[in-house]
Design a protein around this ligand. Sequence first.
Ligand SMILES: [Zn+2]
Ligand SMILES: [Zn+2]
Length: 401
Amino acid sequence: MKAVLWQGTNHVSVETVPDPTLLLPSDAIVRVSSTAICGSDLHLLDGFIPSMEKGDILGHEFMGEVVEVGRDVKTLKVGDRVVIPFNIACGTCDYCQRGLFSACDNSNPNHRMAEALYGATSGGGLFGYSHLYGGYAGGQAQYVRVPFADVGGFKIETDLPDEQVLFLTDIFPTGYQAAENCNIVRGRDVVAVFGAGPVGQFAARSAQMLGAAKVIIVDRFPERLRLAAEAGIETINYEKEDVLIALKEATGGRGPDHVIDAVGLEAHGHGPGALLDTAQQKMKLTFDRITALRWAILSCAKGGTVSMPGVYGGLVDKLPLGAAFAKGLTFKMGQTHTHRYIRPLLAHIEAGDIDPSFVITHRAALADAPQLYKTFRDKHDGCIKVVLNPWGESAGEVKRA
Ligand SMILES: [Zn+2]
Ligand SMILES: [Zn+2]
């Protein structure tokens, strides 16, 4: 089969590799019909997330058709159309039983690697991610092995096109959980979202769905701000105005009641903290550039929530913890418990409350993945979200549709 392989820092290629096979009786094999490139794939591409190995198959946002099931699989059968959450969960451990699927105790065989790096255990396994998260082959491929298929295979029984349900695998639930974590008071609370990438877009629209009185999004790319504005979201371009002052002005001086950091460890921005982060990251003295998180803490109203769907990799410094303490902020973060959200959010899509395909800017064949990783990384050609067809023919140079 064809698959997108990580070949080293800033280098991916599409190669022919062996088809996956059933390894355990609870596995299924899925023929992938659509797969997407995610912002977290960029953290792998540029080597900021440790423990990638040459030849790893990328991709954790994918869906398709079940073509083979192990003998213990009970809920899926060959021919079912399924979406697969990006995280792998056993469904039976204490965490899974409590709905904390991303903390699954049984799906990440490499948790000791994380203990060595962080001094603490990491979460459950992830498709197409680093070996810290199990090193599972990903779904930017024609076929993928799905472990714990009864838990991780969600049937789509309507004829909604792939493009409307594909993002249930990650970015829609991730944005939704980030907004839900804010405990928004309907009709009262103002929510600010840092980062108007795909997760930020879904976080902002989810905050609207959850009843925020006003949602403000912060970015520097006009096309991303425009996309949010189309849904009635207010926008701030932090390169054009002082973001902390603009957020105060938009909230009667109080600051947003809750702030979502949908940027994570590769924040841009300005000021001495941002410069120092960049220098330290280059010298491998820090994993993370935390400008967005710093702004989130400084702008948030007293008693508010800083919700962090953006990925962080390690130890940070120059974090204004004193300001967070003084304001009595609540921090919520971590990988999404995707399994919890797929059915309720699918119901929202079926009801016409949201059409997640609004975020797609580029559609192409899997063979065009190397080109599109660069387009997406460099935010060229207005690129916000790329969807790949593993069975399509390459059309040469891919332009925004
Ligand atoms: Zn993703
Ligand atoms: Zn589990």
